[in-house]
Unconditional design. Structure first.
Lengths: 223, 169
């Protein structure tokens, strides 16, 4: 049945080369945990991507109930967590997944660093990876404010004060991020927009570049 | 052992197990989110409580415009909804509480405010008219009679509940 459907589409659109290009690539022995168990360290990049997929999915579903407004944000989070079926699980996936993503990014970075995989000709991919790291930290920072509880508020105040300590332009950065002279209604709206539109767009673009480069250059050789 | 002795080849076996395990993992991820998203379909509907509107002894045969407040809960948003009922006693003594929402396009009808058609409910939007008991008058836009509030009389007091539609005609 599925095979017939696939054949019908393939006959018209010739889709086989499309996924063959993606799926067919060499996986060298030194990165395959089936040969050397210690090669599991090569999984952290894929695991980072896996957690990012979970973050995007759970985040999409959370916005069905969440409202980025100072009067309703906390109540909408309370409602989706306590009144909506599996709300505590979906929010939990996003909450804990955020930390897991950062841990995985860190482990992936360590693996790349200690195997020297960042060296020529892969410097550009290292740079894109560092940008991805900053984008993910930004997602963590902006997402932290959204539940609009006391922890969120004061963590954001501290974060913005750190931004304000940047030489010369610190105060501008703070106002730009805050959107106001206090952490308030405009900050919440702004952080929401950054969290769900701007940074995810940057994230997807950088991920595409990251994956294209690894496919073009292949996995770095064994130590 | 060669593959020929088996109905399932090594490649097929690996395909099935990997797809099965992968599918299971994807399902455990997506199932809670799907249930989360379709929750409005499955939320239990709470019956609206009956609200005290007026004393039975004050009800006349002339429809009276009575306002009353219903506490509504919409997710995290709680608000008071202002409702209007036209309340009167029918000839046989039954109490009728009509909803003033026109069944044409939802404007609010008024009682006896059109000099050309006395003792009728009249809708200002498109000239829809209803008889005193809320039956839509043929030749005017409304396709159905006015809705009726569920009524309950207790200790000489009238309580109103949900509006019930009286169908189309």
């Amino acid at each position: 049945m599925l095979q017939k459907l696939y054949d019908w589409v393939d006959e018209r659109l010739d889709i086989t080369p499309l996924w063959r290009d993606v799926a067919d690539h060499e996986v060298p022995e030194h990165v395959n945990p089936a040969y050397h168990f210690s090669a599991f360290v090569y999984c952290f990049g894929g695991l980072t991507f896996f957690t990012i997929v979970i973050q995007i999915l759970s985040g999409m579903f959370l916005t069905m109930y969440y409202v980025p407004d100072i009067n309703n944000a906390w109540d909408s989070v309370y409602y989706l967590q306590n009144q909506v079926a599996y709300g505590v699980i979906v929010r939990g996936m996003h909450h804990w997944g955020a930390s897991v993503t950062i841990v995985m990014v860190f482990l992936h970075t360590l693996r790349v660093f200690f195997t020297g995989a960042y060296k020529k000709p892969r410097e550009l991919n290292w740079i894109v990876g560092v940008l991805l790291f900053f984008v993910i930290l930004g997602l963590g920072f902006t997402g932290y404010l959204l539940p609009w509880d006391m922890k969120a508020l004061f963590a954001t105040k501290v974060g913005l004060d750190i931004a304000a300590s940047f030489p010369f332009i610190g105060d501008w950065i703070k106002v730009l991020l805050q959107g106001s002279d206090i952490v308030g209604a405009q900050t919440l709206a702004r952080f929401f927009a950054i969290h769900v539109f701007f940074l995810p767009a940057a994230l997807l673009g950088l991920l595409a570049a990251h994956f294209l480069m690894i496919r073009r250059q292949g996995i770095s050789g064994p130590l | 052992m060669s593959n020929k002795e088996h109905d399932v080849s090594r490649r097929q076996f690996l395909n099935y197990t990997l797809m099965g395990v992968g599918g299971f993992m994807a399902a455990t991820m997506v199932a809670p989110m799907a249930r989360f998203a379709i929750d409005p379909l499955l939320q239990k509907k709470e019956g609206t409580e009956m609200i005290y509107v007026m004393d039975v002894k004050d009800i006349t045969t002339e429809p009276q415009n009575k306002k009353f407040t219903v506490k509504k809960v919409d997710g995290w948003h709680k608000f008071d909804e202002q409702n209007i009922a036209y309340i009167f006693k029918k000839k046989n003594g039954d109490i009728l509480a009509l909803s003033p929402t026109c069944t044409h396009l939802g404007c609010t009808v008024a009682w006896n405010d059109d000099p050309a058609h006395p003792n009728q409910f009249h809708c200002p939007c498109h000239g829809g008219r209803y008889t005193k008991t809320g039956i839509n008058i043929p030749g005017t836009p409304p396709p159905a009679p006015l809705g009726v509030y569920k009524t309950q009389v207790k200790d000489g007091k009238l309580y109103l509940g949900e509006v019930q539609s009286r169908g189309g005609a």
